[in-house]
Design a binder for this molecule. Structure first.
Ligand code: GTP
Ligand code: MG
Length: 203
């Protein structure tokens, strides 16, 4: 995919103030610090489009971006950020869940998972919630550049095994690295294919 333009539109916690749902939309979600904002920047070929940080909890709002004037990307705040207050976590959870359930143009949610970690409860619970609510998602493992190839194989197959305890079929799995650009083409292929599948709604 050629990226001709990528612009930040608006940040908020008020779903009614999100941009009019007139284009196909893709959300990026996962635990704090997993690399959501970095992945958006990598696939959009813009280093400063979404704000990244070494300190978890950087993204705290629903951030909309407009790509090539016809696709929305949404950078969502990270869940499982231990340092935030319970009140903040509840607030995050409320508007994010509401957003994912009600946004009519949301075609796919990319759930980012740190490839260095064993399956984590908040991630497994979150994906279960998506499944129960029929929200289409793919699993994107991040930071693959930090693993050797044997660690990579071990961690990914462990994860799949854990998922298969609760799921009959696994969602699509994409391996990524914002450093090496691994996963970029696969993510765009999925987006382009999905846009085609839904083109009757957006043209
Ligand atoms: P929050 O907004 O706080 O929820 O975090 P986030 O998920 O948006 O993570 P962010 O993109 O800000 O990245 C967190 C840290 O991980 C930063 O220091 C990034 O440079 C680093 N990082 C992100 N992706 C990768 C990757 O693929 N490889 C490596 N080596 N580091 C990465
Ligand atoms: Mg972020």
């Amino acid at each position: 995919m050629k990226i001709n333009s990528a612009e930040f539109l608006i940040s908020n916690t008020d779903i009614s103030k999100c941009p009019t749902p007139s284009f196909p939309e893709y959300a990026f979600i996962g635990r704090s610090n997993v690399g959501k904002s970095s992945l958006i920047n990598m696939i959009c070929e813009r280093s400063k489009l979404a704000k990244t940080s070494g300190t978890p909890g950087k993204t705290q709002l629903i951030n909309h971006f407009l790509i090539n004037k016809n696709i929305y990307f949404v950078d969502l705040p990270g869940y499982g950020f231990a340092k935030s207050s319970k009140q903040q976590r509840n607030k995050w959870s409320k508007f994010t869940h509401e957003f994912l359930k009600t946004r009519s143009n949301l075609l796919y949610t990319f759930v980012l998972l740190d490839s260095r970690l064993t399956p984590q409860k908040p991630d497994l619970e979150f994906m279960e919630w998506l499944g129960l609510n029929h929200i289409p998602f793919v699993m994107v493992f991040t930071k693959l550049d930090k693993l050797s190839s044997s660690e990579k194989n071990k961690n990914i197959s462990n994860y799949k095994k854990e998922m298969l305890k609760g799921w009959e079929d696994l969602p699509q799995v994409i391996l990524s690295s914002s450093t090496t650009k691994l996963g970029k083409d696969e993510i765009w292929d999925l987006i382009e294919q999905t846009n085609m599948d839904f083109s009757y709604q957006y043209h």
